[in-house]
Design a protein around this ligand. Structure first.
Ligand SMILES: Cc1cc2nc3c(=O)[nH]c(=O)nc-3n(C[C@H](O)[C@H](O)[C@H](O)COP(=O)(O)OP(=O)(O)OC[C@H]3O[C@@H](n4cnc5c(N)ncnc54)[C@H](O)[C@@H]3O)c2cc1C
Length: 356
């Protein structure tokens, strides 16, 4: 294997910067091109909840996505240890475990959800903590005791998305990855990079529509709140007939509250309707949330392909170019497993080229 390839990655969002880091660890010379600033305040990854929740997502996700999510769950702890060493930053904070709850009128939907999750063939008994009753909830999460029961999924995690993006940026700086920010590239310009680099990865998310015409954006809106009155330290999912609410805790009593899922590519700010729906559902989980301060209300679009599976495709006409996309609502859940998949393909194809 040639360990000194020069590699261009276009798009330093979640996937692009994770891939750059893993390739730099393999001693490749990596250059990143990103239309935004390194902190990326206007990106889906910056506003995301960072949940790695294959069991909860198994209700709607494809089998392939659940399988990859399971692999990622096992890879993330090791990757976060390595990232702390490479970046010199504290280990990125994660929360452990998910509670799935519902109000009494929605218990049939909750039971259906529980049955679906428990019937999934990837799920081992050890990964379902089981159904918690009022007594256990009173000890573990007093705010949720009034629900009387919750499904507990102990191995799902939520990653502090902003610390992750920041630590990756620091690691890449320390590993001498060249970073061109404020640099927007069209597909023609991406293709031109193949005259200067051995390999080019197009990781522009929704910005890659000029290369992938079936790519679409699915709008998501979230709130970020501060609520010292609430002590929750694990993700909570509320099963609801109209919208599914999640509460993802961050450090210092901050919470990411989400998220809508709307077939629209509008990048407008959050709508009044969505804010009201999210907030109304939120205060039914705990009335303490009435006292919360709203820190942010943001929206962005998730990059989705028609089959809702991720894509890793070598360009037929330009074999130096790889298109990676379609992470949809699962960028954090899929990325480690998908990078492992991409690198396996990449190195296999490279050895075929050498054999040819
Ligand atoms: C509200 C919300 C909540 C979410 N919650 C979760 C969650 O809990 N768990 C989970 O797994 N996933 C979640 N996601 C999904 C996750 O954020 C995405 O799957 C992920 O960000 C996609 O990663 P990406 O790198 O492919 O694309 P992006 O993160 O969009 O990165 C693409 C990058 O390319 C850059 N770019 C675009 N066009 C160009 C161009 N022409 N030239 C140069 N640069 C360009 C962009 O600026 C961007 O930095 C959520 C998304 C949203 C919107």
């Amino acid at each position: 294997m040639n360990t000194q390839s020069s590699i261009a990655i276009v798009g330093a969002g979640l996937f692009g910067r994770l891939l750059a880091w893993r390739l730099a660890r393999l001693n490749h010379r990596v250059t990143l091109f990103e239309r935004g600033t390194p902190e990326l305040p206007n990106s889906p990854a910056y506003i995301a909840a960072g949940m790695v929740a294959p069991w909860c997502e198994s209700i709607e996700a494809t089998t392939e996505v659940i399988r990859l999510g399971h692999i990622s769950l096992n890879l993330w702890p090791k990757w976060l240890d390595e990232l702390a060493r490479d970046s010199g930053e504290p280990r990125v904070h994660t929360t452990q475990g998910t509670y799935v709850v519902a109000h009494p009128l929605d218990l049939a939907d909750w039971q259906h959800f529980v049955n679906q999750v428990q019937s999934h063939h990837f799920l081992q008994h050890a990964q379902v903590g089981g159904i918690l009753n009022t007594e256990t909830l009173t000890q573990d999460a007093p705010e949720l005791a009034h629900f009387n029961q919750a499904l507990y999924l102990p191995d799902e995690i939520a990653i502090d998305n902003r610390s992750l993006l920041h630590s990756l940026m620091r690691a890449l700086q320390r590993m001498q990855v060249i970073w061109h920010s404020d640099t927007l590239l069209t597909i023609t310009e991406v293709l031109n990079l193949s005259t200067r680099f051995d390999h080019v990865f197009d990781c522009r998310g929704l910005g890659a529509k000029d290369a992938l015409p079936t790519l679409r954006g699915v709008r998501g809106e979230v709130l970020r709140i501060h609520c010292p009155q609430v002590q929750l330290t694990r993700v909570v999912r509320l099963i609801h007939p109209r919208y599914q609410l999640y509460i993802a805790p961050r450090a210092n009593h901050e919470f990411v509250i989400g998220a809508t899922s709307i077939e629209s590519e509008s990048m407008n700010g959050i709508s009044v309707r969505s804010s009201m729906e999210l907030m109304s559902a939120l205060v039914t989980v705990s009335p303490h949330f009435f006292e919360a301060t709203v820190l942010e209300a943001k929206s962005h679009c998730r990059p989705a392909l028609p089959d809702h599976n991720p894509l890793c495709e070598q360009n037929i006409k330009h074999p130096k170019l790889w298109h990676i996309n379609g992470l949809y609502r699962h960028g954090f859940m899929l990325s480690p497993a998908w990078i492992a998949h991409v690198l396996t393909h990449f190195f296999l194809r490279k050895s075929y080229e050498i054999i040819d």
